[in-house]
Design a protein around this ligand. Structure first.
Ligand code: F6R
Ligand code: MG
Ligand code: MG
Length: 376
């Protein structure tokens, strides 16, 4: 029997500002999901201002009924958010009505269908104030870097390596890379996480799914800024897949991701427990939570709040140091993102205002030369 794990997330109103989700919304979401006969099990949680619906069922990926259930849940939560006048109520619901598949309508989706193994440990990562490409570096380390994942070297069931499906988010294309032999080619692309993002990873020997992320760019869908599309990612662990500890290890070194204040800054991704997933300093720095579950015939046994571990204290300290350092740069790059990566900009407005004060130096030089020639 095949079990599908579906994680769908949306920001339908922040409490306070963009920092977190009001408990009444989570209650509402639990209420709606518990009334559904479609699900085997579910878990509702929040990271920053995003509600995460973690659901298990037997209906497969891209199932219209499951997606509609998530959509209806977010619509119900939006009503509560409006009543409480929460900030940005309904902001991620970009369509007026549900139409078959929730992809492209605003919420982020990551789904995997698995033949449940003898024991099926999974880790669900959820981040706030960043973008799907934020998973590129950790996924590369987990599934392709032997300095992170010793299993790639010494576990006979993992020694074959993994296949990466990479998406071009601008041209909407995909390409497969095999690790280890294609890693130099692959890194040319995934090193640019604003454009290329890892969507899925497969075990090379069995062809089975190993990881999946929620890759889509909200700003491209809407054609205007409506919030960074804070991503989620599901990873299978153990016996042939990376161990839980190998899966968590990349987050011990906070890497820089795009997002943070106004979706327009570079900042460290800080691994935190659920209780610390309320980004407040300069609306950040970006956070990531890791919840572990054991699947048992589709039941979600858990969660285990995996970054609630003093062994990640140093990563948090380092993230704070990096944040202090970057904040001193204020509006300068590379803290502030490059012009085409910024989600907010006043550039066209300011440019319009100042256009007559700009002097074209080439033109001025040519005019001067003309005048001198005329005088001679
Ligand atoms: C970043 C984010 C926040 C907002 C910021 C301004 O992803 O959500 O940093 O961009 O709080 O919000 P508005 O423009 O809604 O006042
Ligand atoms: Mg928000
Ligand atoms: Mg968010």
């Amino acid at each position: 029997k095949k079990i599908t794990v579906t994680v769908i997330k949306a920001d339908v109103g922040g409490f306070v500002g963009h920092t977190s989700v009001h408990p009444e919304l989570l209650e509402k979401a639990r209420g709606v999901l518990s009334g559904s006969p479609l699900l085997i099990d579910f878990h509702v949680t929040s990271v920053g201002d995003d509600i995460n619906l973690i659901m298990t069922h037997e209906l497969g990926r891209n199932n219209g009924e499951i997606h509609k259930l998530a959509w209806d849940t977010f619509v119900a939560c939006t009503e509560v958010a409006k009543k409480l006048k929460l900030y940005g109520a309904g902001q991620d619901l970009l369509a007026d009505a549900f139409s078959g598949n929730i992809k492209g309508l605003g919420p982020g989706v990551a789904e995997m269908e698995v033949e449940e193994r003898e024991s099926e440990p999974i880790v669900i990562f959820m981040a706030d104030k960043t973008e799907p490409g934020a998973w590129n570096l950790p996924l590369y380390k987990i599934f392709a870097d032997p300095f992170n994942t010793i299993g790639l070297v010494i576990d006979p069931k993992m020694h074959c390596g993994f296949t990466f499906e990479v998406r071009d988010l601008i041209e909407n294309k995909k390409i497969m890379f095999n690790a280890p032999e294609d890693i130099y080619d692959m890194l040319v692309f995934i090193g640019a996480p604003g454009r290329y993002a890892i969507k899925r990873i497969f075990h090379r020997e069995t062809g089975q799914i190993a990881a999946v992320s929620s890759v889509q760019r909200l700003n491209l869908i809407a054609g205007r800024y409506i919030g960074k599309d804070d991503p989620v990612c599901i990873v299978r662990c153990q016996s042939g897949y990376p161990a839980v500890g190998e899966v968590l290890e990349p987050f011990a070194h906070p890497h820089l991701v795009s997002g943070w204040m106004r979706g327009s800054h570079s900042g460290p991704l800080m691994p935190v427990s659920l209780k610390d997933a309320r980004p407040s300093r300069f609306d950040g720095p970006p956070r990531v939570v890791a919840l572990g579950f054991q699947l048992a015939d589709g039941k979600l046994i858990g969660p285990q709040d995996l970054f609630d571990d003093p062994a990640f204290d140093r990563a948090r300290e380092m993230a704070n140091l990096i944040a202090d350092y970057l904040r001193r740069l204020g509006p300068f790059e590379p803290h502030r993102l490059h012009l085409d990566e910024m989600e907010y900009t006043t550039m066209p407005m300011v440019m319009q205002k100042l256009k007559d004060r700009f002097i074209d130096l080439r033109l001025a030089k040519a005019q001067k030369a003309q005048k001198e020639k005329g005088g001679a």
